[in-house]
Design a protein around this ligand. Structure first.
Ligand code: SF4
Ligand code: SF4
Length: 312
């Protein structure tokens, strides 16, 4: 039987800011919400979101015999997370200015699993960071880390939404489990709905990805009609406004320090960059998923929309 407190002590010792333990279950409540989103067609071109829906809401279908989910999060708020001046037209989401979290978090989770195996040599399990079809946000809610906000992100009381989440799915039982937080939530706040420049956030905690700038700059080529509102990779507008983020402390885990400063860069600098310079500055960050050519195209798109900069 896994010692709940020992797991948390190890996780905090490795540099995680939050850790909760949830029982693996079929998250049927969340599945209904998700199917409603798919029925609306709001996954738009993110076709992969339609696949493996049965696995997404039952971790036991990803790891056979999984009983325990250890959900860990690291806070990454930096100066970039506080937003850009209105005239800034080469904005990068703040998570993207750090080393790719898939690499960093996976390494931390691997070390946590290794540490657990020293105490429990027969322990079976796997680490996941945002790549498998798994509803990580609901697992985080089950583990008592926070709630799902109106812009459909995990909101944590202390660190807001500027957290990166990963988990271990383990086959052993734990001696106790966390529960969802009580007495917390968005209340009457609707700032993220009002702040989204394209109206992609709906009342029902859903995002219309066809209108979401982050999806257009990261996952797919921007549609001709969409104004990127100054963003060239990702978009933090529905997070910058969140009161929980405003009062959140800056990150302290140095693995999540920004490796370049998009606040200090302008369109000319991005357009003048060659592949070698891009690799040198941004090579460890998620920007390389898009590549320099697409980033340049987004820079040019923002130059074509000068009216938007005056409105913001
Ligand atoms: S990421 Fe940007 S475009 Fe997408 S929902 Fe949030 S504010 Fe809207
Ligand atoms: S901005 Fe307000 S409504 Fe949106 S997630 Fe934050 S607290 Fe909830």
């Amino acid at each position: 039987m896994l010692d709940h407190q020992n797991i948390k002590n190890l996780a905090f010792g490795l540099g995680f800011d939050l850790c909760g333990i949830a029982r693996c279950r079929h998250m049927v409540d969340n599945e209904d919400h998700y199917r409603h989103w798919i029925d609306r067609g709001w996954q738009s071109s993110l076709g992969y979101m339609e696949r493996n829906a049965d696995k997404r809401f039952d971790p036991r279908r990803l790891v056979e015999g999984a009983r325990t989910a250890v959900v860990c999060a690291v806070a990454y708020k930096s100066r970039i997370s506080e937003g850009y001046p209105p005239q800034h037209r080469t904005r990068v989401a703040s998570y993207a200015a750090t080393t790719d979290y898939h690499t960093t978090l996976r390494e931390l989770l691997r070390r946590l699993l290794d540490a657990l195996r020293e105490r429990y040599p027969d322990l079976r399990g796997r680490a996941f960071v945002d790549t498998a079809p798994l509803c990580e946000k609901q697992l985080a809610v089950d583990a008592g880390l926070g709630w799902i906000g109106r812009q459909s992100l995990l909101v944590t009381p202390r660190f807001g939404t500027f957290v990166l989440v990963g988990e271990l799915l383990l086959t052993d039982e734990a001696d106790s489990y966390d529960s969802p937080l009580e007495g917390v939530g968005c209340g009457a706040c609707r700032r993220c709905l009002d702040a989204c420049p394209t109206g992609a956030v709906s009342e029902e905690r859903m995002i219309d990805t066809a209108r979401c700038i982050s999806c257009h700059t990261v996952e797919q080529a921007p549609a001709a009609e969409i104004d990127l509102h100054g963003w060239i990779f990702g978009c933090d507008a529905c997070q910058n406004c969140c009161p929980y983020n405003r009062r959140a402390p800056m990150h302290h885990n140095t693995a999540f320090d920004p490796v370049f400063d998009p606040l200090a860069m302008n369109a000319d600098e991005w357009l003048a960059m060659d592949d070698a310079e891009f690799e040198r500055r941004c090579g460890r960050t998620p920007l390389t998923r898009s590549g320099l050519e697409r980033i340049r195209r987004n820079v040019l798109r923002n130059r074509e929309c000068p009216e938007a900069s005056e409105q913001e």
